[in-house]
Each structure stands twice: as structure tokens, then as C-alpha cells.
Write a protein that binds this ligand. Sequence first.
Ligand code: MG
Length: 376
Amino acid sequence: MTLGLAAYSAHPEASRGRVHAEPIEPSKSGRNPFQRDRDRILHCAAFRRLEYKTQVFLNHEGDNFRTRLTHSLEVAQIGRAIARRLQLNEDLVEAIALAHDVGHTPFGHAGQDALNICMKGFDGFEHNLQSLWVVDELEERYPTFNGLNLSFETREGILKHISRKNIQIHREWLGPLAKRFDDGLQPSLEAQLANIADEVAYSNHDIDDGVRSGLLELDALNDTELWNSRRLFVLQMYPNLEGRRLRHEVIRHMIHLLVDDLVNQSKKLITDHQPQSIEDVRNSPPLIAFSEPIRRQVMELKSFLFKNLYRHPRVIGVTQEAALQIEFLFEYFLTHTNEIPAHFRIQDLDHPQRRIAHYIAGMTDRFARKEFLRLR
Ligand code: MG
């Protein structure tokens, strides 16, 4: 067993391994399978393209806003910090966090919804499944197989959710990955953690970006318990603090509070259920969780952000325009399949839609926009 890891964590030497046989992990490189997974993700093209993909604000709206890339880095940072305190596998959490959004379309959720509508009747578009598609099939980096050939545990974490229908359709590809959904099991604690670290990251950085953009009023946030309790706490120490220093200090304390709560509540759940292995974890209820009062505060904050930021007329207006560009590109390539790059070229002429979805989903905001302007 790896030193410093709890019995219930994902131990690299006990990994269920990779789909394609590779030479024995060279011990002279000093990297275990999850460290190699993380490095493969970091070096792949889909990861680099995250730099030019929208988180909430379109990429060209300002240089200080989060992009999918900086969001993913923040998820990895928060995830690793919590993993260390729970004696979970930091490398695996980091690998999952860095890869969790590689299947996202350009233009954020509007782009995703638009592509899903285009794919209606062709099994739809799911971004978690698309992330798995990227790491399993679409990246071309190795001589003898498609994708990055990541470990089972990393792929399990990347495929957070999937619809029943798509499990049936892709059963052969998913193989043992489908079992969790069939049997109603949980993924590793590392996967559970990466999922909640995502929520901690965006709930906090979207406040920061929302206020910076001028769409959110700092004072309006006082209606939410989580923000207000940390604001009052900060003002006790720095009564005259205001503006961006106040915003940053309150956000720092919100992240501290959420991380501490997650660690304490998860420790409690782990003590209650006594998992002795990753298999025990899979057969337990979710063990990485907020306490009930904090969970309620997080929900309140998320619905505040939904109403006041994600559904803000300016965000909706800009993203709706972007969605139209996705729809245009989809229709265009459907009638001009010979203009799709060779490695996306249609093999099965009956179903060109999936290949087009792969191509469009991989585009950055600026590439999609450039293509739209060129082809319209
Ligand atoms: Mg995310």
C-alpha cells in the first residue's frame, strides 16, 4: 500500500488498469498510473483548448474572467487540498479534475444545449460522456490505439453521469464502467471529491467574475446566508474593508468554510460506514458530502447565482447568439461533410451527426466564431 493513503482511497498498485495493454509502467520514470494519467491529460490538445472555452463569460469579454482552463485548475487545487486532509489519492483527484470539462462545447451551457438540440434523434449530446469520448477515442497521441488509454479509476471519475439510454447504446464501449450505474454503486471517493470540488470552485469564482463584470451587485449577495455570514466575519477583523479586497477576503473565507465542512462531514461519514477498501466505498452511500446546514447554504447560493447571473439578460443574450452559431455550423457541415477535417471524416454515412458533434464540441469559442463568420 502506498504510504500516507487511507485504506479506502484509490491505491495506484490496485488500479483496474488500462483498456489497451501497454508495457509495464516503467518504474524508472518514478510515476504511478494516476500520475501518468494526469500527465497525459495535461499534454493533450483538448486540455489546451480549454483556455479558449467559455466558463460563464465569453472568452473575448475580458482577460480576468475564468475560462474552462483556469476553472479546471481551481477544481484541481481545491480537490487536492481536501484529498490531502482525507488521505485520499491527490494524483487521481487532480487527473479527474483537470479532465472533467474536456468534453465541453464552445460557448458554455448555451453551446451544449444547442448541440444537444441538434443531436435530438441521434442520441443527444452529454458533456460528461463527451469528456470520456475525448480521452477514450478522439485524442490521437499513440501509435497503436485511440485516445489516452487512461486508467479505469480516472475514466470512472470523468464519466460522472450518463443517461440510461446512452448506457444501453454504449454498453460495449463502457464495459465495466457501466456496472456502477447498473448496480447503483458509488464511484471512488476521489471521483466523489472531484465532483464536489467542481461545485466549490464555480460557486465561488462565479461570484468573483459576476461582480467584476458588473452583472452582480456585491450588496445583493448579502441576501444569501453563506456570503453574509462570511462577510460579517471578515468585517469583524477588518471593519473598513471594501471593494475587491472585501470580495476576495469573503470568498477566501467561504472556500475555507466549505472545505472544512466537507472534510469534517466526510470524516464523520467515513467513520460511520468504516470502508476498508475502494470496493467498500463503491457499496456505501456517498461519503464525500457537506453537512446538512452547509448543503442548504450552498443550494441557496447556487439558486441565487442561477437567477441573478446565469439567467441575467446579458448572459442569456450573448449565449443565445452563440447557440445560433453552433446550430448554423451543425447544419452547414451536415451538407458539406467533405469540409470536415480528415480525422473527423464520416466513416458511416448513415450517421454523420455524431462526427459533426465531435468536431463542433472540440472547437474553442473563437474558432467556432471564426468558422461561423467564414461559412455563413
Ligand atoms: Mg466544471
